[in-house]
Every structure is written in structure tokens, then in C-alpha cells.
Ligand binder design. Structure first.
Ligand code: B16
Ligand code: MG
Length: 225
């Protein structure tokens, strides 16, 4: 195949910055109000999942089960988002996760394109607060997509808007649904987290501080020979 690396496409929450923690706190507040148990372990299933689907998963934990109308669900989803927006109001460039600033510079210097494939409707605002909007060549508009991760649509769309084949891309994710989406798109998948969580990833790094252009380009090339 002999394909060279042309683009790196990033998830946002949990990869560029730790907004995953704020999503957790906002959902926890809603769950407590509804008397639904909500643990960090359960929260792992919500990573990369859209707002309304996250709410459905959360309500599915209610014991005894209870039906919610569409209007009640919209109200709960809106309220969760308001809590989340309050929590992210204080984000500054200091909230970039370790190694991201340097990694983005390495990619620019090497002429590698960059993109954001986040399921979050708040992604553009978070990128602005972090001061990194101009460091990405594309940010996928999630409101125009039909399918959520683990469907590959968001990563395929990012590659298309960069004018690059999916096979020439690396995708970086912190969620299992995101790694599944990257692999289904035909990209090289880098997971941030613990190895046992991501059996399908091509590389697993314990932290974003380990992201290194040369090493990843080499590992990418080995799989594309
Ligand atoms: P919003 P990512 C995802 O972002 C989060 O992981 C997930 O927890 C959240 O529910 C989803 O965005 C939607 O976010 O409510 O802000 O539209 O990880 O794909 O960057
Ligand atoms: Mg994420």
C-alpha cells in the first residue's frame, strides 16, 4: 500500500482538553436530582456519545424504570447542557492537555493536516477558549451529520474536508465508541487510556503527553507497507 501519513484527526473531549470531567459532573447533577445511580464507571459508556443518547442511557439506569416524554427529555438535556456550559466558561489555554501544544506544532512543521471530529455541539466554543481554533484545518460540524460514533461518518467527513483519503489518516480518541469509529473509517487508531480498554486500537498511549509525531509516523508507516 505504501501510504504516507497526511492528516491527524482528533477527538476533543478527553484528548485536546479534559472536558470529559465536566460532562461527568453535569450528568451527575442531573442523575442525583432524578435519584438515578451514576458512577465514573458508567460514565465511560457516555464518552463520545451524543447528548440525547447519553441521556437515554442514563435514564435507562432508573430503578424502578420510568417513561419520560420527549418534552421531559428535551428539558433534561437542555439543563445538562446549561450546567456544562457554566462549567466550561472558565476554560483557558492552560487547560490544553499535556503534550498537545507541542504535538500540534510538530504536525504543522511536518506539513501534516489536522482536524477535529468531536460529537460535541460545544466544540467550537471550547476550541476558542483554548485559543487553538486556527491550529486545526477543519472542525466537523456535528449538527450536519446523520450518525453518531461508533459510525465512521464523523471521521470520514473530516478526512474528506481535508481532501485526504481515510487510509492516510491517524485518528486520536479517548472513547471506545470513537476508536470503533476510527477503525470503521479505515484509519490508524491511537487511543489515550489503558491498553485493556482498547483492544482494537493500533496504538495505546497512557497520556496525551506521549503523543510524538516521529514515533507515530513510524508506527503508521509499518502498518501501511
Ligand atoms: P455536547 P467528544 C462528546 O465529545 C463527549 O465525549 C460526550 O460525553 C458528549 O455527550 C458529546 O460530546 C456531546 O456533547 O452535549 O456538548 O453536544 O469526546 O466526541 O469530543
Ligand atoms: Mg472524547
Amino acid at each position: 500500500m505504501n501510504q504516507t501519513l497526511q492528516a491527524v484527526i482528533f477527538d476533543l473531549d478527553g484528548v485536546i482538553t479534559d472536558t470529559a470531567e465536566y460532562h461527568f459532573q453535569a450528568w451527575k447533577a442531573i442523575a442525583e436530582e432524578l435519584n438515578i445511580p451514576f458512577t465514573r464507571e458508567f460514565n465511560e459508556h457516555l464518552k463520545g456519545v451524543s447528548r440525547i443518547d447519553s441521556l437515554k442511557l442514563l435514564l435507562g439506569q432508573a430503578n424502578p424504570p420510568r417513561a419520560y416524554s420527549a418534552a421531559e427529555m428535551d428539558e433534561l438535556a437542555d439543563r445538562k447542557n446549561k450546567l456544562y456550559v457554566e462549567l466550561i466558561a472558565g476554560i483557558t489555554p492552560a487547560d490544553l492537555l499535556p503534550g498537545i501544544d507541542v504535538f500540534l506544532s510538530e504536525l504543522r512543521e511536518a506539513g501534516i493536516k489536522t482536524g477535529i471530529a468531536s460529537a460535541s455541539k460545544n466544540a467550537p466554543a471550547v476550541l476558542r477558549s483554548l485559543g487553538v481554533t486556527s491550529r486545526f484545518d477543519t472542525v466537523v460540524d456535528v449538527t450536519r451529520l446523520k450518525n453518531n460514533k461508533p459510525d465512521p461518518e464523523i471521521f470520514v467527513t473530516a478526512a474528506a474536508s481535508l481532501g485526504v483519503e481515510p487510509g492516510a489518516c491517524i485518528g486520536v480518541e479517548d472513547a471506545v465508541s470513537g476508536i470503533d469509529a476510527i477503525k470503521a473509517a479505515g484509519m490508524f487508531a491511537v487511543a489515550i487510556g489503558s491498553g485493556s480498554q482498547f483492544p482494537k486500537a493500533d496504538a495505546v498511549l497512557p497520556s496525551t503527553a506521549e503523543l510524538n509525531y516521529r514515533e507515530l509516523a513510524q508506527r503508521f508507516a509499518e502498518t501501511r507497507r
